[in-house]
Design a protein around this ligand. Structure first.
Ligand SMILES: [Mn+2]
Length: 340
């Protein structure tokens, strides 16, 4: 990453006595890992950090933010003047992903620093000074935070190293997505040197699901449809299934990848009914080398007002679920090349 941009970010952050740390709605491992690392780094420097999330933290990521006093914040309301000196935004630069904080970001005038790796790049300055550390070639925001901390502050303690490695691992599907490069492994190696333990982390991330998630997965797979010559998998979850399984919103994360474990399946769609009746759409596709075709799922997601990456994208669409399922499947089928 650009050293001058990093130097400036360090300089700006050092001037903030009390920093609010925000990330996107439905926080994932990368968002929480990056938030946890920045919270620790700021506090280690003797200043205040207030990390806030808009939605529940998925069970498997709770260890990342344990003891950090993460605030559950619905957003919306104004802050008393002088409560914060600046806002750190990580893992997003998109109004859609920051919706609950939109009013604060638009009207507070607080300076902000954005650390992100997504292609979607809105002007989230709200007219205030806004410094960006944005690099869409980075495999995770946690990687960017690591590069910032390593460059700017030098030492990374074991808990911070673990949070960052968790963030990097969760955004890369344990280092197996096409976004993974030598830079990712270089950073991972340095995090191991700093005390992160991949065996412990793997068990925490991937072998610590609640049984409710198993029940939810079973219900999701019960809705499995294989279309276009069994190349496209479609699954969905209703709010009722969450209740039936005793599951939480975060429990559906990554379930969209399950059908891709079948050789012939090249793309997967999962639709998740939200409490407000809208439908969260997650789309995934396999690398062209194994799929035999290049399916850009971010283009499909953009067609529904969402976005993301070529192999992993999402959107939130109006309900009801059945109608959403139909229209997303139609759009997806149109992008699938003809089957011989
Ligand atoms: Mn990310």
């Amino acid at each position: 990453m650009d050293r001058e941009a990093i130097r400036q970010a360090t300089c700006i952050l050092a001037g903030w006595r009390r920093t609010m740390i925000l990330s996107h709605v439905r926080p994932d491992g990368d968002a929480l890992g990056a938030m946890a690392a920045l919270t620790r780094a700021i506090r280690a420097g003797g200043r205040e950090a207030v990390p806030r999330v808009f939605d529940a933290v998925p069970h498997r990521y709770r260890f990342l933010v344990e003891g950090l006093g993460l605030e559950s914040w619905p957003g919306g309301q104004a802050e008393p003047a002088g409560a914060f000196d600046g806002i750190l935004i990580v893992d997003t630069c998109s109004w859609a992903q920051l919706e609950p904080a939109a009013e604060l970001l638009r009207s507070s005038g607080l300076p902000r620093i954005v650390v992100d790796h997504h292609a979607t790049r809105d002007d989230v300055s709200g007219g205030a000074p806004c410094h960006t550390l944005i690099d869409p070639t980075a495999s995770s925001a946690s990687l960017l935070v690591f590069e910032w901390l390593a460059e700017g502050c030098g030492k990374v303690d074991p808990a911070t190293a673990e949070a960052l490695l968790a963030g990097m691992a969760s955004d890369t599907g344990w280092f197996r997505y096409p976004s993974v490069d030598a830079r990712t492994f270089t950073a991972a190696a340095r995090l191991l040197d700093a005390g992160a333990r991949p065996d412990v982390l793997y068990a925490r991330l991937y072998a610590s699901f609640r049984t409710a998630r198993l029940r939810l997965a079973a219900l999701a797979m019960g809705t499995l449809e294989l279309l276009a010559g069994e190349r496209l998998a479609v699954t969905s979850l209703t709010q009722d299934m969450f209740r039936q399984a005793g599951a939480e919103p975060g429990d559906s994360e990554d379930l969209v990848n399950e059908p891709l474990s079948a050789e012939g399946v090249v793309a997967s769609i999962m639709l998740v009914e939200q409490p407000d009746g809208r439908v969260r759409v997650n789309v995934r596709s396999k690398s062209p080398e194994v799929a035999g075709c290049d399916i850009d799922v971010s283009a499909v997601a953009r067609g529904f007002g969402g976005g993301g990456h070529r192999r992993a994208a999402g959107a939130t669409v109006p309900g009801p679920l059945d109608a959403a399922r139909k229209s997303v499947v139609t759009a997806m089928l149109a992008t699938l090349p003809e089957h011989e």
